[in-house]
Design a protein around this ligand. Structure first.
Ligand SMILES: NC(=O)C1=CN([C@@H]2O[C@H](COP(=O)(O)OP(=O)(O)OC[C@H]3O[C@@H](n4cnc5c(N)ncnc54)[C@H](O)[C@@H]3O)[C@@H](O)[C@H]2O)[C@@H](O)CC1
Ligand SMILES: [K+]
Length: 467
């Protein structure tokens, strides 16, 4: 499991370190060493300019300057502001006996490599225009902890943030490394161990994680099981049955034992593995074996709304997507009783006009309000549970932004729900598998490919786990 800590949580961990046996100055030394090591691994010796801010981020920069200079690299430090007397950063600055220069743009431009040690987790306000200009002048830039100006808690850009080639952070990634637009400014992210005492890290009980396989486990298939053991999914199909078919194939590939399409009329060209039923919806809902339902894709708003109400009243496990979400515009209370919803940002804004703010807080607020797992989709999908747990996904390639990929995701979640995964873990696993399958397919992806790529993706995951 890879927890993500907000800057505030990280500050609490930092503050606890000395009492747990590691002096803050030692952590700063280790942080500067980690930055140096990451640079030595990636760049040949070159002229380095360290832009150093007034806080500990600047302190890390002075340490990196000293260690690179000890290796014979030509290094200068340009303080943006002086550290406060008596602070760790002031001690690190005093140990730097190399070149100190002013942060003139010509000098910044002339450096082969600029180390951004201006602000890290202490960023407290917008970046002033003169500092923005200095940072913007840098060519190749390595950021310490965070590119200055990226809000570590939200990924928002506070006035300005440079585009780093490499960001070296410590102890754990921060949400801002995974959430856009900040993520696009980080370049490659390295998370370094700086010897933070475990007792200090344990001060924070994580509620947020990077979405990765350590966070969930796909259930195995019972050796003597039959298709009903593996779970039965019913998908409502409407005027655009292709969406339901995409979702159905994905659910089967994700391990559902049986998928039925509930349609008003026969569906021409439905794949032979799918059962199409034209019975009255109320009769199908009454069948208690039909525990899990997907409602929304290609269904039409009116039918989706009516079906959603009936399914909730019957207490079924429901994934609500697409038209079922549109049916709940400005009426989020209608979603209570649903297991998971999968809105993109436009759908989210229509359901929850009262919730704004950053993506992570918004997803969490919506999950708490509706008591359902919220999968707020995008290149940085956030999955939030009503109890406050959340995950941020960062493996999805941009090729997923194509028609039908959302239907596929909803199908995978529903398929995993039939396997008795809990909604939060099913949603996290589905989002990761969806991204990983897309990554394997590469360019030219169409939604139909995703379901077919799932077996290989799941197999590779199992192999990775057993190795
Ligand atoms: N304390 C610790 O145990 C460790 C901290 N580390 C480093 O310390 C950093 C956090 O240090 P700090 O809390 O000192 O914070 P920062 O170094 O990020 O910055 C804090 C200072 O910048 C000023 N400031 C913030 N935003 C500003 C803005 N937009 N314009 C002008 N001034 C602004 C603040 O008033 C304060 O003086 C981390 O990012 C990391 O790099 C590392 O050394 C590892 C260990
Ligand atoms: K920085």
């Amino acid at each position: 499991m890879e927890p993500l800590f907000t800057p505030r949580e990280m500050a609490a961990i930092d503050a606890a370190a000395p009492n747990r046996g590691t002096a803050s100055l030692d952590l700063m030394e280790n942080a500067g060493r980690a930055v140096t090591r990451a640079i030595l691994r990636r760049y040949p010796p070159c002229r380095v300019l360290v832009l150093a801010g007034p806080g500990n981020n600047g302190g890390d920069g002075y340490v990196a300057a000293r260690l690179l200079a000890e290796r014979g690299w030509p290094v200068a430090v340009a303080p943006i502001a002086r550290p406060r007397a008596g602070s760790d950063a002031a001690i690190a600055a005093a140990r730097w006996d190399g070149l100190l220069v002013s942060p003139e743009t010509d000098r910044i431009r002339a450096a082969d490599l600029v180390i951004d040690a201006v602000f890290g987790s202490g960023l407290a306000r917008e970046i002033a225009p003169d500092i923005a200009e200095q940072l913007a002048t840098a060519g190749t830039l390595v950021a310490i902890d965070m590119p200055s100006g990226v809000d570590g808690a939200t990924g928002a850009i506070r006035g300005f943030a440079p585009r780093a080639a490499l960001t070296v952070t410590f102890v754990a990634r921060k949400p801002g490394h995974l959430l856009y637009p900040g993520r696009a400014r980080c370049g490659e992210v390295v998370c370094a161990d700086i010897g933070m005492p475990a007792g200090a890290i344990a001060r924070i009980a994580p509620t947020l994680w990077r979405n990765a396989p350590g966070l969930w486990r796909l259930p195995g298939i019972a050796e003597a099981g039959h298709k009903y053991d593996r779970g039965h999914l019913t998908i409502l199909a409407g005027a655009m049955p292709g969406a339901a078919i995409l979702a159905a194939n994905a659910a089967l590939r994700a391990g559902a034992g049986l998928v039925t399409l509930s349609a008003e009329q026969a569906i021409a060209g439905a794949p032979p593995g799918l059962i199409v039923r034209t019975d009255r919806l109320s009769d199908l809902i009454a069948d208690t074996r039909r525990r899990v339902w997907l409602c929304g894709p290609g269904l039409g708003v009116e039918r989706a709304g009516a079906a959603l109400d009936a399914l909730i009243a019957a207490g079924r496990a429901i994934v609500a997507d697409a038209d079922a979400l549109t049916a709940c515009a400005d009426a989020p209370e209608r979603l209570r009783g649903v297991s998971a919803i999968t809105p993109h940002e436009g759908e989210f804004a229509r359901i929850f006009p009262g919730i704004d703010g950053d993506k992570l807080s918004a997803a969490r607020a919506a999950a708490a309000r509706t008591d359902t797992v919220v999968v707020l989709k995008g290149a940085d999908t956030v999955i939030a549970a009503p109890d406050g747990r959340a995950a941020i996904n960062d493996n999805a390639p941009p090729t997923l932004a194509t028609a039908g990929c959302g239907d596929t995701l909803a199908g995978i979640i529903a398929g995993l729900l039939t396997r008795k995964m809990n909604p939060f873990e099913a949603a996290c696993a589905a989002v990761w598998l969806h991204g990983e399958a897309a990554r394997r397919i590469g360019p030219g992806l169409i939604a139909e490919d995703l379901a077919n790529a799932l077996p290989e993706t799941i197999k590779a995951l199992a192999e990775r786990r057993s190795s």
